[in-house]
Ligand binder design. Sequence first.
Ligand code: PLP
Length: 393
Amino acid sequence: MDIMIYLDAAATAPARREVLEEMWPLLTTTFGNPSSHHAYGEAAAAEFSRARARIAALLGCRASELVFTSGGTEANNLALKGMALAAPRGRHIVTSAIEHPAVLEVLDHLRRLHGFRITTLPVSGTGLVSPDALASALDDATTLCTVMYANNEVGTVQDVEGLAGVCRRAGVPFHTDAVQAAGWLPLDVGRLGVTALSLSGHKLGTPKGIGLLYLRAGTPCEPVLHGGGQERGRRSGTENVAGAVGLARALDLAQGPLPAAAVMEATARDAFISSVLGGVPGAVLTGDAEQRLPGLASFCFPGVNGEAVLLELERRGVICSSGSACAAGSTEPSAVLLALGLDEETASTAVRFSWTQGTPSGDLEAAARAVVASVRAVRSLGAAHPDATPAEA
Ligand code: PLP
């Protein structure tokens, strides 16, 4: 593959060498099943609990409050189905209109099969949930609330502390999907005041297949996976010891340099945004100008199809996404962009750029030049075909 500038880290990131090196012995020498009663099992169990303790220290929680999962999707499934079914109260769940499908589809399942009522809070034009709107949506029947920490399509960061506080005062458990926040924002669960928090490794430099749910001690939670009773009965299945060790290292590497690394990357991001907005007539930044991830910028380029820009950018060596990767293949306009108030035609012009900590600012500068040239190229192609509608151009 030619050298490319990879700006699709919100979909997935490359595995980090340090992470793989720390995982290697767990796959080759200390490879035992932690449930086995022999030296190999015991050695693996010891490594597993060391990894758990490292992550607990990083999140500011007890080791017993962590449940390892296969990724962010499973962590969200466990949090939402698990908490809802264990303590259904009045079968009412509150969420936001811009959640990832790994939340929205779970809630739809709870609605269809278990009779839960779902209240979906609207968001502002920049993707923010209002704490007042949340407060008025809660009632005596509310089982739980889930609002994501940072949005995967537009990068808007919620005031999780404020939203969790509203729920705490009302006695309602609060879950946050922090998959996109990790590596950029603080993850101290005590400070955030959350009841549950989901993470995924492959956005941070582990191989795919490891994630985590923080679940505050004493929170009733039904398992989703039944079997051998691993993870204190909360998640059965032979433990991914190497994955857990890799996740501990990846979180150390990602959270350690914060907040300085986030500040530096936000400066590079703002320069990238200015270059794109300055160079592409009519370009619009989506999401919140202030409350946004340092490693994500997404735009609408009126009059051009996002997919066409994506292909043109790839031809020029820049990899990005025309929306959320999880919705890739679907021609539906992004539900997140519609929830922000964009019309369908504008939403179809969206392009997202996302990167990891330490991405050289030179890559972003080169990418901005490629964006300007690509949109110009796609627009002139449209102008050469007068029959084409703007969205087809
Ligand atoms: N939640 C958010 C906000 C995401 O961006 C993603 C993945 O893109 C997920 C959940 C799903 O995580 P995983 O791919 O680890 O299942």
